[in-house]
Design a protein. Structure first.
Length: 99
């Protein structure tokens, strides 16, 4: 912020949003490390980047970041599917992820 203007694009994932995801999908408000919360945060970021790429189709760096996030979420979903199938299915429904 050299010119004093605020950049609204970097503030899409605030600490209040993270706490909300932790409270909804985790064990407590401070539980940001569980698989459920991480998947929810990745999904939020993926949805944000998808909207960004619909406006700016030639943003290659964002495309690469989006692919990395999708891969990380896929690995976490695969882990969750192996460890707790019921939580996996309920999380897919709650986050509206098709798999």
């Amino acid at each position: 912020m050299v010119s004093g203007k605020t950049n609204t694009h970097t503030m899409y994932l605030t600490s209040e949003i993270k706490k909300g995801f932790a409270k909804k999908h985790g064990k407590s408000e401070k539980d940001s490390g569980s698989s459920e919360v991480q998947i929810a945060l990745f999904t939020h970021r993926i949805n944000h980047l998808t909207g960004h790429l619909q406006r700016l189709k030639k943003d290659v760096a964002t495309q690469r970041a989006l692919l990395n996030l999708v891969a990380k979420r896929k690995h976490l979903l695969d882990y969750m599917k192996q460890t707790n199938l019921d939580k996996y299915r309920s999380l897919l429904k709650a986050l509206d992820i098709r798999k």
